[in-house]
Design a protein around this ligand. Sequence first.
Ligand SMILES: NC(=O)c1ccc[n+]([C@@H]2O[C@H](COP(=O)([O-])OP(=O)(O)OC[C@H]3O[C@@H](n4cnc5c(N)ncnc54)[C@H](OP(=O)(O)O)[C@@H]3O)[C@@H](O)[C@H]2O)c1
Length: 253
Amino acid sequence: MTRDHSASHERRTFLCNAGSGLALLVLAARPHEAVAQQTPGSSMQIGMIGAGRMGSALGALFVKAGHPLMLSSRHPETLKDLVTRLGPLARAGTVEQAIAFGDAVVVVVPYGALEQIGKAHARALASKVLVMDVSNPIARRDGDDLVKWVAGQGGAGLATASLLPGARIVRAFNAIGAGRLASLAHRPGELAGVPIAGDDPNALAVAESLVRGIGFEPVVVGGLAMGRHLVPGTPLGGEHTPAELRRIAAGLR
Ligand SMILES: NC(=O)c1ccc[n+]([C@@H]2O[C@H](COP(=O)([O-])OP(=O)(O)OC[C@H]3O[C@@H](n4cnc5c(N)ncnc54)[C@H](OP(=O)(O)O)[C@@H]3O)[C@@H](O)[C@H]2O)c1
């Protein structure tokens, strides 16, 4: 796939500017990308697996923040109106194309789809600096058996890690309604908090920077094992200030 040069330039430098110490973390984790860390800038390419209610709402915020975005579908032609609405930074592709496009990949699909996505794309996903997992196991949609299996794995964070082996996973945005994202982003006064969980420090730093860039305050609540609390209907779900999230998370450890 041909990449736009200026987008590529900005993308490279997002990894430098994403947060204090982030460039060094990226260099330490991915020495083969060392050349790509040298120029300042502010965006990174994002591939989105899933472009339904939540994928399109999050995608709109990434585009607004200046990130080139490829939304994907098993039927990419159905995304034509959406990408037209989002403007020139947005495009549509297959799942494979979106993964190849993204420096970071956001997975926003029914949880039951993760097994198939892992089987087809685990190796490509494992090469990404971040795989942001927004997907939730929901019994009425994904079935009781899957929800029980996820619980047996230790919850949604560790279960995703077993389905997408090698990926640098961070769970985020799992329990904020798609319909609320646009109005909550950059809200005046105190920003809305977004609890995030992951085991890879570099991926967490990139995720924190992306979350901040679209107008929320990321709150790292722990490693992937804490991902079991990042699903709808738990105390960390819904809309909270960062201080509330820290207090709730401290009680869950
Ligand atoms: N909606 C919310 O408010 C919200 C909030 C937080 C988290 N979430 C979580 O985000 C995920 C998506 O929710 P949603 O409401 O956006 O669902 P949705 O509107 O039904 O969209 C689902 C998306 O997943 C894609 N998809 C399904 N199976 C796939 C597969 N095998 N391979 C690739 N793509 C596949 C679909 O694409 P095609 O069918 O076009 O291929 C579609 O774009 C869920 O796990 C949900 O729990 C949702």
